[in-house]
Design a protein. Structure first.
Lengths: 261, 95
């Protein structure tokens, strides 16, 4: 019999700020896992190391945030990462989508790192000193992720006909998912009112400006229009891709509960 | 594919202030900016450096291995070129 406890209804029992940190931690963890899937599949050896470095930075952020989120409930980062099913994950949908081609990964990283950049910069002024200290440190890392993604977006958009077409296709697929990054709700507003976390609107403007200027410079045009704006990740309603990802990520832990090295 | 399209670059890393850049290896990259970034990811991920140079490998002029003898042997028996025949004054001990 497995000793793995099912962590259900978890986020209903977490304190609001812990639940918020869990969402950010899940973003970083799932983003990290998707990036790590490029290992042995990257276009060349140099790019593989670059993607792995970004994945490791994200994993480090995830470890801190999950540890923070679970501390007052007595849950470890491992329990949170490995014992939750997809409905208990709080990441945005953008990070869980399957990798696709290199252009897909790079455009997603541009959107995601630009978001983390604005978010962490604002979170660095949080009235929660510990989260603020984390955000300031993580800012330096995501600044680099953003520079890395932006310089590749410029090269793909302005490169060959094929790289341009692939970048355009990735942009069209990913853009609708970016709306969820800036979705607010009552819990968030309550935290923001106490100065603990930034209001989503506060980071959306600068994000648009930053991403828009890169897309324009990369000759990828303006952001696509359209009204389909999927969401639900923050409430545990995910695409089918997440459960497949978790099945792989959690397989060793679930096969050997409590194993350590 | 990358071999054909991406040229080779030589990477030099300066470990800290006051030291000179040392050659640490080479990598493939489409242009200088990407080469610098890749050098950062490949050669400074354990905190090895504070500054990186990348140089197109084609821009390096190298001595001919076949000319090794005339190039380097004459220096071997001229130990008077090494500063071993005078004593350093105490005042400049830190030189």
């Amino acid at each position: 019999m497995s000793s793995v406890r099912a962590l259900t209804a978890l986020t209903r029992t977490l304190k609001p700020l812990d639940a918020y940190a869990l969402g950010l931690g899940d973003d970083a963890l799932i983003a990290s896992h998707r990036l790590s899937e490029w290992l042995t599949h990257a276009p060349d050896l140099e790019e593989e190391v670059a993607l792995a470095n970004v994945a490791l930075d994200q994993l480090g952020q995830a470890r801190y945030l999950l540890g923070y989120a679970g501390r007052s409930s007595g849950l470890t980062e491992d329990e949170l990462a490995y014992q939750r099913a997809d409905r208990e994950y709080r990441n945005c949908l953008l990070v869980e989508l399957p990798n696709g081609d290199f252009a897909h990964t790079i455009l997603r990283l541009l959107f995601f790192s630009a978001y983390q950049r604005q978010l962490y910069a604002a979170l660095g002024e949080s009235t929660d000193g510990e989260l603020a200290a984390f955000a300031k440190k993580a800012c330096v890392e995501v600044d680099y992720h953003y520079e890395y993604a932006a310089s590749w977006v410029l090269r793909l958009g302005d490169g060959t006909e094929e790289s341009h077409d692939r970048a355009v296709a990735a942009l069209a697929e990913l853009w609708p998912y970016t709306a969820e990054l800036f979705a607010g709700d009552d819990r968030l507003s309550a935290l923001a009112a106490e100065g603990l976390v930034p209001e989503p609107e506060r980071i959306q403007g600068p994000w648009m400006e930053q991403v828009g200027s890169i897309l324009a410079e990369a000759t990828l045009g303006t952001s696509p229009s359209g009204t389909w704006r999927p969401g639900g990740g923050r409430d545990g309603v995910h695409t089918e891709a997440l459960s497949h990802l978790l099945a792989e990520m959690q397989s060793v832990y679930r096969a050997h509960p409590g194993a350590a090295w | 594919m990358s071999e054909a399209e991406f040229p080779l670059w030589e990477v030099f890393v300066r470990a800290r202030r006051g030291l000179s850049h040392q050659h640490v290896g080479s990598l493939h990259a489409p242009d200088a900016e990407v080469a610098l970034r890749r050098a950062r990811d490949l050669y400074t991920r354990r905190g090895e450096g504070v500054s990186i140079w990348v140089v197109p490998s084609g821009a390096v002029s190298a001595s001919d291995p076949g000319e090794k003898e005339p190039y380097f042997t004459p220096a071997r028996d001229k130990d008077y070129r090494n500063p071993t025949y005078y004593e350093l004054p105490r005042e400049v001990r830190g030189l």
